[in-house]
Design a protein around this ligand. Structure first.
Ligand SMILES: [Zn+2]
Ligand SMILES: [Zn+2]
Length: 365
């Protein structure tokens, strides 16, 4: 079948809209007509060769949402016409998967970063040339994407599909870090470092959890303003003041919870240094492999916890429908973070994202 996809032909090159061939769904696969797809920094890391993935030509995109077009013979989870969000894939058989921690799958790379299906077969081609696809088992910068039954999440069909794609990565990550991992009780204090789509989702979630001191930390004053509109009770511009001193001052001794959403050792250190005794710091920011940080051991010794978090510790099939329910009740207005672009303007979208003009850009197909 012919599809339209955004292809990267060389490392760090532009996206080029091309007609490609996509293979038929195998027995456990689902072909999805993509309605809209978010762009995440991991797509750009892939484009720039910073991920352990094969070289271009490649199709990225891992925040797709759409309608099931066709399913493989053995698929029972969804049927044609169902609305779905695409999330990360996993093997379902390793010890992490078996214990319900599917986003920590020990075979993550094989299922998300190999440019092919786990069995080595390709899903995309242009004439005789194989194109690397199966990025997060979707490669959804395209009007159709092949996913596995495992990583499609069925969602209710009475809300606009085009806002739901980012649920599969960025929104799930920030919301889950607070609701699933940190689990602040009502009345707690939390400081969120880095207010992109992950940090903003964390702030929305802190409101849901009943936190009464919610501190947003960033260097962009326009983002801090939006954070305040979404429920932050305090904002700290780390470009103007020392954020550690400011947060110790606001909280009178430390934020019980903190979340690093930047991927920067200096910011991570600050997020730990603002904790009081028994405080917990979560880490969601992505850094290049091998990045090290120095921490005050004596501080951590006094009952503090530092916890790395992937994908918001979520089980996507359970967590994404819950977030959508909260959205429908008006308690999780994540759509405020989205700016839409037409698919053909993907390069302009990427430019706006890299310059920090938008929080969560989404391509409409
Ligand atoms: Zn992502
Ligand atoms: Zn696994």
């Amino acid at each position: 079948m012919k599809i339209k996809a955004a292809v990267v032909f060389e490392t760090s090159g532009d996206f080029s809209i091309e007609q490609l061939e996509i293979s038929e769904p195998k027995d456990d696969e689902v072909l999805v007509r993509i309605a809209a797809v978010g762009i995440c920094h991991t797509d750009l890391a892939g484009r720039d060769g910073h991920l352990p993935i094969p070289p271009p030509p490649s199709v990225f995109g891992h925040e797709g949402a759409g309608v099931v077009e066709r399913v493989g013979r053995r698929v029972t989870k969804v049927k044609p016409g169902d609305h779905v969000v695409l999330a990360w894939d996993y093997c379902g058989a390793c010890t992490a998967c078996k214990s319900g921690k599917v986003l920590y799958c020990l075979n993550f790379f094989l299922h998300n970063f190999h440019g092919t299906r786990p069995d080595g077969t390709t899903t995309l081609s242009k004439g005789d040339q194989a194109i690397h696809g199966s990025f997060f088992c979707q490669s959804s910068f395209a009007d159709f994407a092949l996913a596995n039954e495992r990583n499609v999440v069925k969602v209710r069909d009475d809300i606009p599909l085009e806002i739901l794609g980012p649920m599969g990565c960025g929104i799930m990550t920030g919301a889950g870090a607070v609701m699933n991992t940190l689990q602040p009780r009502p009345g707690a204090s939390i400081a969120v470092f880095g207010i992109g789509n992950v940090g903003m989702s964390a702030i929305l979630s802190a409101v849901v959890c009943g936190c009464t001191t919610i501190i947003a930390v960033d260097i962009h004053s326009d983002r801090l303003e939006i954070a305040r509109e979404l429920g932050a009770t305090h904002t700290v511009n780390a470009g103007e003041v020392n954020p550690v001193e400011a947060i110790l001052d606001i909280t009178g001794g430390g934020a019980e919870f903190s979340l690093e959403c930047v991927g920067n050792p200096k910011v991570f250190r600050q997020a730990v240094d603002v904790l009081p005794r028994l405080g917990v710091c979560g880490l969601t920011g992505v850094v290049p492999p091998g990045t090290e940080v120095s921490l005050n051991m004596d501080l951590i010794m006094n009952g503090r916890t530092v916890k790395g978090i992937l994908g918001g510790d979520a089980i996507p099939d359970l967590f994404i429908p819950k977030l959508i329910e909260l959205y429908c009740q008006g308690r999780f207005p994540f759509d405020r973070l989205i700016t839409f672009y037409p698919f053909d303007e993907i390069n302009r979208e990427v430019e706006d994202m890299e310059q920090g003009h938008v929080i969560k850009p989404v391509l409409r197909l």
